[in-house]
Design a protein around this ligand. Structure first.
Ligand SMILES: NC(=O)C1=CN([C@@H]2O[C@H](COP(=O)(O)OP(=O)(O)OC[C@H]3O[C@@H](n4cnc5c(N)ncnc54)[C@H](OP(=O)(O)O)[C@@H]3O)[C@@H](O)[C@H]2O)[C@@H](O)CC1
Ligand SMILES: Nc1ncnc2c1ncn2[C@@H]1O[C@H](COP(=O)(O)OP(=O)(O)O)[C@@H](O)[C@H]1O
Ligand SMILES: [K+]
Length: 496
């Protein structure tokens, strides 16, 4: 952002004019959201840099619109432009304090302490003031970024403001897509101030980091179907799942696969689960497999793996299914590995094992599984960077699950699912994703759709179904079975 901004300034846009434009857009949003009829007194937190400058312009505009504005300015040494705005605000009679306590009776607080210029941890009186503010539980909105968060990693540098809403300026900063920042940012809204595309491309090149959008996701679904086709042309998925301990996972991933519309679905389960699966998924070919003493799949009976368009393996298989996982890894079919399939891969040695694969692999770990697969660092920290590194090292497409699921490809590109719901944090919802994705990957082979695009489509579809179900049934109403019943409605709305 700093480099892009630099190009805009070098091209002749005055810094002050850009600040004016941005702050006017913010002020109008505030006026629309919190009219002065209900929101009388507004406190504005002003830092030393241009984030503080933005805040002062907003303060001035709100003052002229009839709000009663007061300023908290803890640091006296200001950047020049910020200093000029502070001087003008003073001249208008806007009161300025060095103690946060003076803002305790405000109806709304606007946080303009620090934006993307914050690189060191906050400490001392400013940190205490932020802690004090958070304790008041007032309505707070932040400009560009909650003060205290690192722009890229979303890490809390010392302490950070917890606003109800954040206006991110210009381009989405990476922090908004990192799980660790989400409990701070509140509702995130982009203030578009017309950043020229040429400057974005000049600095970032072809996009390496992409937000999954509805348009991108729908574009890679296997629709519309060719008018003349047959079931095997629509893909044949082999799903390998289930054990005595985890029977339901097999049903859930089967129902996820059903929703993908895949032409043929074969499901390999331990022999004793066969009647159960047949009853739930009459259209599927259920392959009963020999069992280990613990009730896991011991081996795949005579099936020709090469006859499938794709294989998805893992939900509910337990860690006793090692020989099966070895067998699918050795096949030349596109493979999606999940759950204990991933834990077995970690034990076999992730990178050496994957280096022998002849076809594409997709790994779908949550944070715990990721750590076992790739001991690269803490996956709760800079998730985007970690998943990118893991994908480069292993050559696999990796979908790191979380509040903001991140999907990395060996080329270095990362997709992030920008909208989801914590309603999905529930046993079995990952099993649904594996089946859905498996079906889409199998069907994609008939249309020669690129794998990374299909994986992002599946992740978007899954998240949207969770959002839709939680809107209709509350966040408590999205059990994994119910989730499968909402998948179709998402696509129906998407293609209308
Ligand atoms: N293109 C855009 O998006 C646009 C951006 N604009 C706005 O500019 C903002 C970026 O402005 P910025 O570069 O002046 O940095 P900002 O975040 O205000 O703070 C840096 C200041 O804080 C200080 N400081 C740092 N750490 C500290 C600490 N721990 N404890 C104490 N002090 C600390 C540091 O001083 P230092 O001591 O490092 O010299 C420096 O003075 C951006 O977020 C957006 O709001 C718009 O106006 C126009 C369009
Ligand atoms: N807080 C959250 N917000 C949004 N999605 C979430 C959240 N927590 C979990 N999820 C999603 O729920 C799913 C959980 O998958 P997983 O942990 O594999 O569950 P299981 O193994 O029980 O099926 C993933 O798709 C993940 O992205
Ligand atoms: K801020």
């Amino acid at each position: 952002m700093r480099e892009i901004e630099g190009r805009i300034f070098a091209a002749g846009m005055p810094v002050a004019a850009l600040m004016e434009k941005v702050a006017k857009l913010i002020a109008s949003r505030i006026e629309a959201l919190y009219p002065s009829t209900n929101t009388r007194r507004v406190g504005v937190l002003v830092g030393p840099g241009h984030n503080g400058g933005d805040a002062l312009v907003v303060a001035r505009e709100l003052h002229f619109q009839g709000y009663e504005v007061v300023v908290y300015r803890p640091i006296s040494k200001l950047k020049e432009l910020t200093s000029q705005h502070a001087q003008y605000a003073d001249s208008l009679g806007i009161l300025c304090y060095e103690q946060i306590e003076q803002l305790q009776d405000c109806d709304l607080i606007i946080d303009g302490l620090f934006g993307f210029g914050l690189e060191r941890a906050l400490e001392g009186p400013i940190a205490s003031a932020i802690n004090q503010l958070n304790e008041w539980s007032k309505l707070v909105i932040s400009i560009d970024l909650p003060s205290g968060l690192h722009t890229d990693t979303g890490e809390v540098l010392g302490t950070a403001v917890r606003p109800a809403r954040t206006f991110c300026l210009g381009l989405w900063k990476l922090a908004f897509l990192q799980d660790q920042a989400l409990e701070y940012v509140g509702t995130a809204e982009l203030i578009d101030f017309d950043v020229p595309l040429a400057d974005i491309w000049a600095v970032l090149g072809p996009p390496k980091l992409k937000r999954v959008t509805k348009t991108a996701a729908i574009a890679y679904l296997p629709i519309p179907r060719a008018p003349v086709t047959h079931k095997y042309k629509q893909g044949h998925l082999l799903l390998i799942c289930g054990s005595h301990k985890y029977g339901g996972g097999a049903i859930l991933s089967g129902l996820g696969a059903r929703a993908s519309g895949v032409g043929m679905l074969s499901i390999a389960v331990p022999e004793y689960l066969k009647p159960l699966l047949l009853a739930q998924l009459p259209e599927a070919l259920i392959i009963g497999c020999p069992e280990t003493e613990t009730g896991a799949i011991a081996s795949l009976p005579d099936i020709e793996l090469a006859s499938f368009s794709a294989i998805a393996c893992g939900p509910g298989v337990t860690k006793d299914a090692t020989s099966v996982v070895e067998k699918v890894l050795a096949s030349d079919r596109p493979l999606i590995l999940d759950a204990d399939g991933l834990n077995i891969l970690a034990e076999l040695g992730t990178i050496p094992t994957l280096s022998k694969r002849q076809a594409a692999t997709v790994l779908t770990p949550h944070g715990g599984e990721f750590k076992r697969l790739f001991p690269l660092g803490d996956p709760t920290k800079d998730r985007v960077q970690l998943v990118r590194e893991a994908s480069k090292l292993s050559g696999a497409t990796i979908l790191l699950k979380g509040a903001r699921t991140a999907i990395a490809n060996p080329s270095g590109s990362v997709w992030i699912v920008p909208e989801s719901t914590p309603a999905l944090a529930r046993g079995g919802s990952g099993d649904v994703l594996t089946g859905l994705m498996g079906g889409l990957v199998a069907a994609a082979s008939s249309k020669a759709l690129p794998l990374e695009e299909v994986v992002q489509s599946a992740a978007w579809w899954h998240a949207q179904a969770g959002i839709l179900a939680s809107q209709e049934r509350t966040e408590l109403g999205v059990d994994a079975y119910t989730l499968t019943q909402y998948l179709m409605a998402v696509v129906r709305e998407g293609v209308e």
